[in-house]
Design a protein around this ligand. Structure first.
Ligand SMILES: Nc1ncnc2c1ncn2[C@@H]1O[C@H](COP(=O)(O)OP(=O)(O)OP(=O)(O)O)[C@@H](O)[C@H]1O
Ligand SMILES: [Mg+2]
Length: 317
């Protein structure tokens, strides 16, 4: 069982206009769509599509339409309160492809909600192989909250993965080895932000930056590098995987699929290079699909990913 937390869920509205956006006027939409969004929800959705037992935990009133919509897709969802409605993020697309985003602020989290979320995760972790803490934190949450949750989850047998950015990621990195997860999944920019490096698109540079996090207590770092694939660094070794040939359609949510690919391979008992290979295959399958469409197993081409060993110190070949 993979349990995910989406701490700051959203409802993503997309409005496609029939004419250019003009301020102050009434305009017609060709289509309007609405979709529950968030990293944990995406990871659980990909797990569900692969037939892996999963449960998505999120702060939301249980009777909210977003919860009903997620349950209608078949997902096992746990809504934790007392919480306000999820934030609403609106994307306006004009006929020439120009996209304007209007992101809602999100409801502030109260200490009571944060305590209820942490307690529920500990309870759910009792029957989970992995707990994934994913995405941003709602307004009002202390940046160090993920590190606190990781420490609370240490009383359970579940392993813990974290995929976040900005202040929550920086706070997690600042307090290592306390709050160190079993798996951290930064992208190149996120890895650079916590290792004091510049751009880390280069696999060797990313691997040696990731090694500094492993030295500080993180069991494994899966650093995804967009079109350059990903590197995996752990006590066992250092590897780089190159993606299959990919016609990129939308990379939104590709990282969520990569993280799931890694967990799936782990649940299957595969080796570290095979876990990295499936992570990259899943990420690239997501990059080849429109919007946040989640990949299904037949779309994932692990056989076309090549994995090579890197030097554990320099990250070079
Ligand atoms: N241009 C691309 N070509 C092939 N594969 C890609 C491309 N961009 C992304 N991918 C695949 O997706 C994976 C994750 O990409 P990336 O590093 O951009 O994640 P991310 O920034 O965490 O994404 P997000 O947070 O939006 O989900 C990569 O490791 C790779 O497998
Ligand atoms: Mg990401």
């Amino acid at each position: 069982m993979i349990v995910t937390l989406t701490a700051n869920p959203s409802i993503d509205h997309t409005v496609m206009l029939t004419s250019p956006l003009r301020r102050g006027e009434v305009l017609r939409a060709r289509t309007t769509t609405s979709q529950p969004g968030g990293k944990g929800v995406n990871i659980s959705g990909t797990a569900y599509a692969a037939g892996v037992p999963t449960r998505a935990v999120l702060p939301c009133p249980d009777l909210d339409p977003m919860i009903a919509e997620l349950r209608a897709t078949g997902l096992d969802v746990v809504a934790v309160g007392p919480s306000g409605r999820p934030r609403i993020n609106t994307t306006v697309t004009e006929p020439d492809g120009t996209t304007t985003k209007l992101n809602g602020p999100g409801t502030a989290a109260t200490p009571a909600l944060l305590d209820a979320l942490a307690a529920r995760l500990v309870q759910e972790a009792e029957h989970a192989s992995w707990v994934v803490l994913a995405g941003s934190l709602p307004p009002g949450t202390p940046a160090g909250w993920y590190a606190e949750v990781v420490s609370a989850l240490r009383s359970t047998s579940a392993r813990i993965a974290v995929d976040t950015s900005e202040a929550p990621l920086e706070a997690l990195a600042a307090h290592l080895p306390a709050g160190a997860p079993d798996l951290l999944k930064p992208n190149a920019e996120e890895l650079a932000s916590i290792t004091g490096s510049d751009s880390l698109d280069d696999p060797a540079a990313a691997a040696s930056a990731a090694r500094t996090l492993v030295d500080r207590g993180v069991a494994a770092v899966l650093a995804t590098l967009g079109g350059n694939g990903a590197v995996l660094v752990s006590a066992e070794g250092t590897w780089h995987a190159t993606p299959p040939p990919t016609e990129v359609v939308s990379t939104v949510g590709a990282g969520d699929s990569s993280l799931f690919g890694y967990l799936l391979a782990d649940l299957r008992g595969l080796s570290a290079p095979e876990r990295l290979g499936l992570a990259v295959a899943y990420g690239s399958a997501a990059a080849g699909l429109p919007g946040t469409t989640l990949p299904t197993p037949p779309q994932v081409r692990a056989d076309l990913v090549s994995v090579r060993d890197l030097d554990p110190i320099t990250g070079g070949l």
